[in-house]
Design a protein around this ligand. Sequence first.
Ligand code: NAD
Length: 298
Amino acid sequence: MRRVLVTGGAGFIGAWIAGALADRGWSVRVFDMTADRRIGRDLLGPRMDAFEWVVGDIAAAGTLEAASRDCSLIVHLAAVLTPFCAAEPVRGAEINVLGTLRAFEAARANGIGRVLVMSSAGVFGPAHADHPEPATLYGAWKLAGEGIGRAYAAMHGIDSVSFRPLVVYGPGRETGLSAGPTLACRAASRGEPCVIGFSGICDLVYVADVAAAFAAAAEGSAPGASVFNLPGAVVEVAEVAREIMRQAPGAEITVDGPPLPIMGVIPDNGVHAMFPGLTRTGLADGIAATLAHYRARA
Ligand SMILES: NC(=O)c1ccc[n+]([C@@H]2O[C@H](COP(=O)([O-])OP(=O)(O)OC[C@H]3O[C@@H](n4cnc5c(N)ncnc54)[C@H](O)[C@@H]3O)[C@@H](O)[C@H]2O)c1
């Protein structure tokens, strides 16, 4: 059976991707600094317990080499998000930059020819999405990760695909700067008020679409290092609040905060041409699915 190592598999997107890969016949081994399977159990049920699990720090020497033995693919998601990177830059760089380097080194050590990497639209600054110009340490380090991928393709023939979503939302997204849309759905389903803490125009991609993109890329794509923006639905954040209140009458969702320091509209630079058939869930459908998840648990 083909085996995949998913770094960061205990987290929100990691659990979704692990589930999507398992659905397609991959044997999943999770590597994460935590042994806590709660997010995945909530999303995938007992299937989460079937995954092999290795606890370790991605920044530490040697751990990933051992964890990725017998794998034919590494999906690298383990990272800390924007607030952590701003608060603890040195530790943030160890995890996000050194950790990505270690993922590629582990691939090289074990003869693994493909790595899928979670980059971010945070590589773009607030002014435009014509070319990367990050305004945060998080974005700068995601951009460094893309460069690491290109270097390993050139130096060692390791193929990689990096994806750049902006705000990923959906069941399980409960931490980070842009968790507001999901937290608002959770609050609405519990009858609690909620303030979404950022505003402006923003691209929101539903998490199942992200998982589907990784699952498609796991089957192969062009050789070398490819980087794809992963656009979803471009919306005014106030529209997210209105849509939640439309679907959950009586909910009190407001928006209060600055825009994210990232251009809100990111172009499609070929992901749908490379992986035909990928879904692009609209806002209303994504909110409906997220509300349904939290209503079932309210
Ligand atoms: N959530 C979004 O909107 C979004 C958007 C773009 C990109 N991303 C990227 O997607 C990936 C997953 O993000 P998420 O939203 O699921 O976050 P998350 O915090 O839920 O998951 C990250 C996982 O990485 C693990 N991790 C952190 N430091 C580690 C370390 N030193 N060693 C091993 N594991 C470690 C955490 O324990 C966690 O399980 C990250 O690379 C993130 O930068 C997220």
